[in-house]
Design a protein around this ligand. Structure first.
Ligand code: DC
Length: 221
């Protein structure tokens, strides 16, 4: 299953819940880009320095644990990558073809190991175009900024809602406008606007879609 959408749309919460209900593996592909971005920052690499990023990629191992842990070269970076700065850097480095190719290879390899709920920006369009169910999850920019702010404010008391909104909008613009694998709704993705929907309602809507798809497939078979 592929779930795509902009920052703060609720993808992670919903994807985790759906994966749990179906007994599928949850795959947070944004965390993979964040882990690479975090490493690039530590190496002082500029976001547009393709050769430096290429070198870093060659010696980088990113893996996602079944419990959602993000492992980078054998170390747990799950908490360290959840900052707005790492998010911006991830959005920048993810525009590079060399980076996307490597990540897509890793993601497809994980996908081959069993049923997954993969969330990101290009799951339904590029990485898993054959996914059984595709969802494009969106919400108003204000709602998305508020969700991100609520997540991050506990860790950073200097953060403001206005800053978070600007951050989210800058990232969305970049993710939608990049040349390689931009964020867009796949033609066959179900569109869900979660602005006024509680998490449970979004999860139920997706599970409904899963059921109707398996009934359809059953009829065809
Ligand atoms: O989902 P997230 O906010 O953790 O993702 C961080 C950045 O990574 C996002 O701004 C764009 C990039 N990304 C991507 O290009 N493709 C994906 N499949 C997932 C994330």
């Amino acid at each position: 299953m592929a779930i795509d959408g902009p920052a703060g749309a609720g993808k992670s919460t919903v994807a985790k819940a759906v994966a749990k209900r179906l007994g599928y593996r949850y795959m947070d592909t944004g965390a993979m880009y964040r882990a690479l971005a975090w490493k690039a920052m530590r190496h002082g690499a500029a976001p547009d320095d393709e050769s430096a990023l290429g070198r870093i990629l060659e010696s980088t191992d990113v893996d996602l644990g079944a419990d959602g842990t993000v492992m980078l070269d054998g170390a747990d970076v799950s908490g360290a990558i959840r900052t707005p700065e790492v998010g911006q850097m991830a959005s920048q480095v993810s525009g590079m073809k060399i980076v996307r190719q490597r990540m897509a290879d890793l993601q497809r390899a994980m996908g081959r190991s069993g049923s997954v709920v993969a969330e990101g920006r290009d799951m339904g369009t590029v990485v898993f175009p054959e996914a059984e169910v595709k969802v494009y999850l969106d919400a108003s920019p204000e709602t998305r900024a508020r969700r991100r702010f609520d997540e991050l404010a506990a860790k950073d008391s200097t953060l403001t809602l206005e800053q978070t909104l600007a951050d989210v909008m800058r990232r969305d613009r970049r993710d939608k406008e990049r040349a390689v694998a931009p964020l867009r709704r796949a033609d066959d993705a179900v569109f869900i606007d979660s602005t006024a929907m509680p998490v449970d309602a979004v999860v139920d809507r997706i599970l409904q879609e899963v059921n109707s798809k398996s009934n359809e497939n059953g009829r065809i078979a």
